[in-house]
Design a protein around this ligand. Structure first.
Ligand SMILES: [Fe+2]
Length: 341
């Protein structure tokens, strides 16, 4: 077992591959399709087949063999002028067509790993979300905060239908604000602590963002009601699961407590938190970079930064991907739907 953080594997697009991609992305931009709408993702398989073979092979290997907690893809140029200033909020970012090319790239890479899906409680269920600082939300534990460290977490760790992969594409990050990442594979813990963490002795509550956005827009929405129920009567869950000698994890310490104030469970959780902090690494998602986070192996967060709100702030595009959309059928209106209510 590693005693330090393993560097993430990377895939560097060659000049030929970038040229091939530019043709594909230009075709898509001309088509005036909208990767911000779910319909596009139903047809994405066809376009994903035109991605460079080497990139598809790397993604297939990452998907099938769980080689690491993350994968970085480098090399797609982003024109800082064409994408326009960083918008002031996610609604303005969603309405803008200037970064469509970048959204198409994110959508097609996502398709190679599984199915893109959204949450009715987040950014109006949109499949491509925008991570950018919003004035007035500096201290929020969300993709819109800035001044406050975004505590590391499993993405939507409270939810059984959370994503397998979280993808972050850098549109702009002049200040090189780091994303933080720790892998469960780098953690060292005694066997008895691991065994305890694999027992359902923990609650993970829905994070504020799932409750906040709809509470303001549509306070009686069934998706919001479901999240409130999950917060009030959470199911006990294990933090480590899967193979005992190489477990997956789900953890969000900021929103967790132990069943019956179990001190043994609390100590085990604390030991895991300490280890995940010890092996934490900074990963900068710069312009044109794409970070794929394996949400079963990694936790992620973000360092604090000072937002300027002058159009030059950090701006990422985000997608969540499931390997098996079918398992969430009871939370989607139809089998073809990609939004979890
Ligand atoms: Fe997150």
């Amino acid at each position: 077992m590693a005693t330090y953080a393993e560097p993430l594997p990377r895939y560097d697009l060659s000049a030929d591959e970038v040229a091939q991609l530019e043709v594909l992305l230009a075709d898509l931009v001309r088509s005036e399709r909208d990767p911000g709408e779910m319909r596009f993702h139903d047809d994405a398989w066809e376009y994903a087949a035109r991605l460079p073979t080497g990139l598809r092979a790397a993604l297939e290997d990452f998907r099938r063999t769980d080689p690491a907690a993350g994968l970085q893809i480098f090399g797609l140029p982003v024109d800082d002028t064409v994408v326009g200033p960083t918008p002031g909020d996610w609604q303005a970012a969603a309405a803008s067509v200037r970064a469509r090319r970048e959204e198409f790239f994110l959508a097609l890479v996502s398709r190679c790993l599984g199915d893109v899906f959204g949450w009715s409680t987040l950014q109006a269920g949109r499949p491509i979300q925008n991570v950018l600082p919003i004035a007035g939300e500096e201290d929020q534990q969300s993709g819109h905060g800035s001044d406050t460290l975004l505590e590391w977490h499993t993405e939507d760790g409270f939810h059984p239908y959370r994503c397998d992969y979280l993808l972050l594409f850098g549109v702009r990050n002049h200040d090189r604000v780091p994303t933080t990442l720790s892998s469960v594979r780098d953690v060292q813990l005694p066997d008895d602590v691991r065994r305890l963490l694999a027992e359902p002795r923990f609650y993970i509550l829905p994070d504020d963002e799932h409750l906040r956005q709809l509470a303001a827009r549509d306070p009686h929405h069934p998706g919001l009601m479901r999240m409130i129920r999950m917060r009030e009567t959470p199911e006990p869950v294990a933090v480590l699961f899967g193979a005992a000698d190489s477990p997956f994890l789900r953890i969000d310490p900021f929103f967790m407590r132990c069943v019956d104030d179990d001190t043994e469970a609390e100590q085990a959780l604390k030991a895991l938190v300490t280890e995940l902090e010890r092996v934490q690494q900074d990963v900068v998602v710069g312009a044109g970079g794409l970070l794929v986070v394996d949400n079963y192996l990694a936790v992620h967060g973000r360092r604090a930064f000072t937002a300027r709100y002058d159009g030059t702030d950090r701006w990422l595009k985000k997608a969540t991907v499931t390997r098996d959309l079918r398992k969430s059928r009871d939370s989607r209106e139809t089998a073809a739907d990609r939004v979890l209510v």
